[in-house]
Design a protein around this ligand. Structure first.
Ligand code: UD1
Length: 313
């Protein structure tokens, strides 16, 4: 099979690319703004193209000259804060590129088995009803969330209108190896792991906790995310639909830190700061729709963190 993975040098994209390239041909396109080429395991089945999904000539060339079975569109400016700072620029990447991709697929990829678009739990915003079901109220509050929701709706409409095989996923808080901890808006677990490593090597460091640590999130381990993506890509029942990808369980930051402290036998030094602007208090997914396809998360937070921490050494 032939795969195109945009944003394929990033955290989720590279994990998927490394997994599927064991037995399939994969083209990865990534502008390396957040992703890293080293995330990709060298393999003759995998071709890396450095470029942006906003480059219409490049995208036209890739999509007109190859036949793909599966396309995963992960390329995005993942930082919500960045979208608030630069709404026009991030709109090009987070929305325009999707519409362009859909048109190219409509033109050239008549036999595509599935296009999967990565949306986000951000589309639910701060509407307080929990757990979030796919049909829950949508309340996108930032350019990032608005673009994700609009693009997701286009992706699904291309199924209904033109018969293109599409699905979308709404990721909750994904964690695991190769998540870049370098920005303050990186996933909190990647930042935590970075600080724990510094403590282990004797560096003077602390973790900045925004708020009192009682905020909770549905943290889903990358291997479960890969399971979900492959299932959705292969099942007929998922056509034209969006799926929450989480575990269905939430944990507070305080509980999370206690889990890692215990696993590593370390007491992480914490500096408390006031709550981050726009932070939501609680987030948890309802994954019944995904479970209907046969998904069952294999990792609770303890199991996921244990695997993550041992794989980092
Ligand atoms: C995540 C997404 C965000 C999306 C939102 C929608 C990431 C990185 N962020 O944000 O794009 O809009 O879901 O549901 O995927 N925290 C600290 N210290 C830190 C970093 C974070 O205390 O150094 C706190 C945050 O203030 C927050 C919690 O940890 O309360 C989780 O933060 P984060 O990993 O950024 O995830 P979300 O806030 O859920």
């Amino acid at each position: 099979m032939n795969y195109l993975i945009t944003g394929g040098a990033g955290f989720i994209g590279s994990t998927l690319a490394n997994h599927v390239s064991k037995e399939n041909f994969v083209i990865v396109i990534d502008d390396l703004s957040m992703g890293k080429e080293e995330n990709l395991v060298k393999n003759s089945n995998l071709r890396f193209i450095k470029g942006s999904v906003t480059d219409s000539e490049l995208m036209d060339e890739i999509i007109s000259k190859n036949t793909f079975d599966y396309i995963f569109h992960f390329a995005a400016v993942a930082s919500v804060a960045d979208s608030v700072e630069r709404p026009v620029d991030t709109h090009q990447v987070n929305f325009e590129s999707v519409l362009m991709l859909l048109e190219l697929v409509r033109k050239y990829q008549k036999n595509l088995k599935r296009l999967i678009f990565s949306s986000s739990a951000a589309v639910y915003g701060d509407e307080p009803t929990l757990p979030k079901k796919e049909e829950s109220a949508i309340c996108p509050l930032t350019p990032y969330a608005i673009d994700k929701f609009a693009a997701e709706q286009y992706v699904l409409a291309y199924n209904h209108l033109y018969g293109i095989n599409t699905s979308a996923v709404r990721f909750f808080n994904v964690y695991g190896p190769n998540q870049n901890p370098e920005s303050p808006y990186s996933g909190v677990i990647s930042i935590l792991v970075d600080r724990y490593k510094k403590v282990q090597t004797g560096e003077d460091t602390q973790f900045t906790l925004f708020g009192d640590g009682s905020q909770s999130r549905d943290f889903v381990f990358i291997e479960d995310v890969i399971q979900a993506l492959l299932l959705i890509a292969d099942k007929k029942e998922s056509l034209g639909k969006q799926f929450n990808v989480g575990t269905g369980n939430a944990i507070t930051l305080n509980e999370l830190i206690a889990v890692i402290d215990k696993s590593l036998g370390i007491k992480l030094p914490i500096a408390y700061q006031s709550e981050r602007d726009g932070d939501i208090k609680e987030s948890v997914s309802d994954i019944s729709r995904l479970k209907g396809l046969g998904y069952e998360p294999n990792f609770n937070i303890q199991e996921g963190m244990d695997k993550y921490l041992t794989s980092e050494d």
